[in-house]
Design a binder for this molecule. Sequence first.
Ligand SMILES: [Zn+2]
Ligand SMILES: [Zn+2]
Length: 315
Amino acid sequence: MTAHRIRAVRSTNAGIRVVEQDEPPGEGVEVVMATASICGSDLGFIAMGPLSFVLGHELAGWVDGRPVAIEPRLWCGECEECAIGATQRCTRETRVIGCFSDGGMADVFRVPRTALVPLPESLSVTNACLVEPIAVALHALRQGRVAPGMAVGVVGGGAVGLAVVACLRSIGVTAIVEARHPHQRAAVERLGGVNAKVRDADVVIEATGADSGVERSVAGVRPGGRVVIAGLFHGPVPVPGLPMLAKEVELVGSMMYGRHGTTREIDEAATLLAAHPDIADALITHRFPLSEAPRAFAAAADRSGGAIKVVVDAE
Ligand SMILES: [Zn+2]
Ligand SMILES: [Zn+2]
């Protein structure tokens, strides 16, 4: 009997490589990968050099023939944060699939059954890796307590910023967006946003993860408004002091997604993506087969080269 080897994408001494291993990465139910998309956070991880874990947290695949997306943040279900539905703030379980523990950019991977997100019938599994970043955007808007009728600005035209634009459109809010690259500005328009300087916004979503993005967000919010930090900062978040104090800006952190009541935000994201297939058309700019994962990561890193979301497909 010949063992079936599993191909998995890792950051190695030689860069991104597709490496074979005997067992699927992770623990739990087996998922046959369909698609995995590359996140800005993945690019941050691989800049650290060789990593001990298989990459990939934006995932979709098949479990026993049923299409699913994956909620990568694991949680205990027993702590005070889990009790109120804030599973993203779970104090006992801090693992995230594909972020310093094994992810799913592999032929087959394993996850706890609770991480499975069944897909609405009209959502293609080939686009469902985007359910995860859409959930990030929905949660950022919830953290900003955004409601229809508000003026909302978005600083940053990467995948998170654009996902926020799409989520705002779904509640009838036209986002004002500061995006750097021409292809990002084109996507803003496709998703119903307006490219302009953010001024006097009730809420600004910081979606760059860069120092200058925080400064622009505070500059663009109205007195008494809110800035949601949705970009990923590993170090300090440098807030310009006097403008923040003078306007009494409320700064709110946002990390991944959780639940409100019994509803998972990631299920809401799947519903939203199913209802608006043009979101995937606007966000997915590149596709590569798993065997060409090194090229996929190179394309994702080249922001000026037109990449928004780069997707790795099963072959
Ligand atoms: Zn991500
Ligand atoms: Zn917990």
